[in-house]
Design a protein around this ligand. Structure first.
Ligand code: ATR
Length: 277
């Protein structure tokens, strides 16, 4: 009798989840590497993440990704955690390591890899501004600090949140919160938008005094959501990158954690995603 092949089951939990491009990305990675697996989107119920995640694993799930709003819940679910997951307090990748639920966070490395490998940006000695102090900012700041920037300032509508974020990372590198009345005294080589301004299509505004001749803009979101920051960047004739590369790189890191094989991010895959934006 022919032995039936066991197909590994993966998923992404989020709410909402219908627009997630992770299934397309992981299925593409798997096909290219000739690995047979399934990867499905799961609409998690608010307040029931732990239960639903455990059911997925008990039913043979090998691991899953976690997106908004469950990254802190996933941190609580994980019995062991990587260093970066512990530092950021959030988990976007769950795997089973020696029978134990393990949590990792690939967002920061995904951002840094996109900047270094695809955009060919060197963080060393650069003056960096992160706009926003929510989960997205928290996920990338420690990884940026590890790249030896000369300074990393956090600017946020609610100053206290920027302050508490900078306090929690000050032992890693030169990070500081900057207030609205002081920001114009600085200039930055790289400005990263980690706010959710674009979701509501609100105009992005920031003093032009913070620009220098080198300033590059990066929005951690992609598609229409990155348009407000892109418009501001275009008005100021700055180089602009959206977060599609980061999405792909963080996915590749998660795939590697599960399958120990490094997927290739091809132009074909990028084009497939752009068609869906
Ligand atoms: P995420 O997990 O995507 O980072 P979040 O934790 O809700 O989402 O954080 C959203 C960020 O966008 C916050 O920094 C928020 O500023 P506040 O801390 O002051 O709330 C910022 N943000 C959202 N809407 C904004 C707006 N209209 N103007 C300025 N900042 C905004």
């Amino acid at each position: 009798m022919a032995r039936q092949e066991v197909i590994k089951k993966y998923a992404v939990f989020g709410n909402p989840i219908e627009h997630s491009m992770s299934p397309l990305i992981h299925e593409y990675f798997a096909k290219n590497l000739k690995i047979n697996l399934s990867y499905v989107p799961i609409l998690g119920s608010l307040g029931k993440f732990e239960k639903e995640a455990k059911i997925f694993l008990e039913n043979g799930g090998s691991g899953f990704n976690v997106t908004l709003p469950f990254k802190e819940d996933a941190f609580k679910l994980a019995e062991t955690k990587s260093k970066i997951a512990r530092i950021t307090g959030s988990v976007n990748t769950i795997s089973i390591k020696n029978g134990v639920i393990h949590g990792d966070n690939t967002d920061g490395i995904g951002f840094v890899k996109d900047m270094k490998n695809n955009i060919e940006y060197d963080f060393n000695d650069k003056k960096i501004l992160v706009v926003g102090a929510g989960g997205a900012a928290m996920g990338v700041i420690p990884s940026i600090l590890n790249e030896n920037p000369s300074e990393l300032k956090i600017y946020n509508r609610t100053f206290e949140k920027a302050k508490s974020l900078s306090d929690s990372f000050e032992n890693i590198g030169p990070v500081e919160a900057v207030s609205q009345d002081k920001i114009h005294k600085h200039n930055f080589d790289l400005i990263i938008n980690a706010t959710s301004i674009g979701i509501n299509n609100i105009k992005f505004e920031l003093s032009r005094k913070i620009l220098n001749t080198e300033t590059v803009c990066y929005d951690m979101s992609y598609g229409k959501i990155s348009n407000s920051f892109k418009m501001w960047s275009n008005e100021n004739n700055l180089k602009f990158h959206d977060g599609l590369g980061m999405l792909l790189e963080q996915a590749a890191e998660s795939f590697y954690i599960w399958e120990l094989q490094r997927p290739v991010i091809t132009e074909e895959l990028k084009n497939n995603l752009k068609l869906r934006l």
